[in-house]
Ligand binder design. Structure first.
Ligand SMILES: [Zn+2]
Length: 254
């Protein structure tokens, strides 16, 4: 794919979020909506508009528009090259880090910026079901009793996520066309194959998830190092010259 084309696609790609406005704080402190088979204003007794009703009232401007930034940097990488290894290491490093850990605030101004962002994120609605909608006089989607603005547990509000709670890699069905359940099934088939067994008789096996801290399971570090060692061994085997075919040698001798 030409780089110019990838850049053109990135430039033309955007996401619109059609959400109600959050400019007017209607409930805060002790003045909060109460639940009576739906949220209502305790002073007027009026029910708050539901999420669906609020969506019906939207204007003709989206609440958020998200685009790719100027930092899109497209590079071609050949599979199996040194560059590819480098890229995988880089991706592995940053996909397993919290977004908030990728840049350490170095100055007081930067630290204040992060604090302000975290404080603002506390009340920014993160999804249609976020309790923060109550603050702006809207009943969240799938509302239930006990919701309180500013107390949403979603990842988007946590300092280490900097407002981002989405997935940083696609769900499995998008890259392998398989669901997680199907991947589990595959792993099970793989284990059975290694054991030289078949799955004909389901009563022969018990499959159960291993609980964290199970003494019979080595630590994650140990397991990862073992996996890496195994991969290296396979790679070395794949690169080794093929074993001599004795029949070919004999033929040449003849
Ligand atoms: Zn939330």
């Amino acid at each position: 794919m030409p780089r110019a084309e990838v850049k053109a696609i990135a430039a033309a790609t955007y996401q619109q979020v059609w959400w109600p406005a959050v400019e007017d704080v209607q409930f805060e402190g002790d003045h909060l909506p109460v639940w009576e088979d739906g949220y209502l204003d305790p002073v007027t007794g009026e029910y708050l508009p539901t999420w669906e009703e609020a969506l019906d009232e939207l204007g003709d401007e989206p609440r958020h528009v998200v685009r790719f930034g100027a930092q899109a940097d497209v590079k071609g990488v050949l599979g199996g090259s040194k560059d590819a290894d480098q890229c995988i290491r880089y991706l592995g490093k940053y996909l397993t880090k919290s977004i908030g850990d990728c840049h350490e605030p170095a100055t007081a101004a930067e630290r204040r910026h992060v604090e302000r962002l975290t404080a603002a994120l506390r009340y920014e609605p993160c999804s249609p079901a976020c309790p923060n909608w109550l603050r702006y006089g809207i009943e969240p989607k799938n509302a239930k009793p006990g919701m309180r603005p500013g107390a949403c547990q979603s990842k988007a509000h946590k300092p280490e996520h900097l407002g981002y709670a989405g997935r940083r890699v696609l769900v499995s069905r998008k890259w392998s066309s398989k669901t997680l359940a199907q991947h589990k099934q595959d792993r099970r088939a793989w284990v059975l194959e290694i054991l030289g067994q078949t799955d004909d008789d389901p009563s022969r096996y018990t499959w159960r998830p291993i609980k964290a801290g199970d003494a019979s399971v080595p630590s994650i570090t140990h397991r990862l190092l073992k996996q890496i060692g195994e991969r290296q061994r396979w790679r070395a085997l794949a690169q080794a010259p093929p074993p001599q075919d004795p029949s070919a040698t004999e033929r040449r001798a003849a």
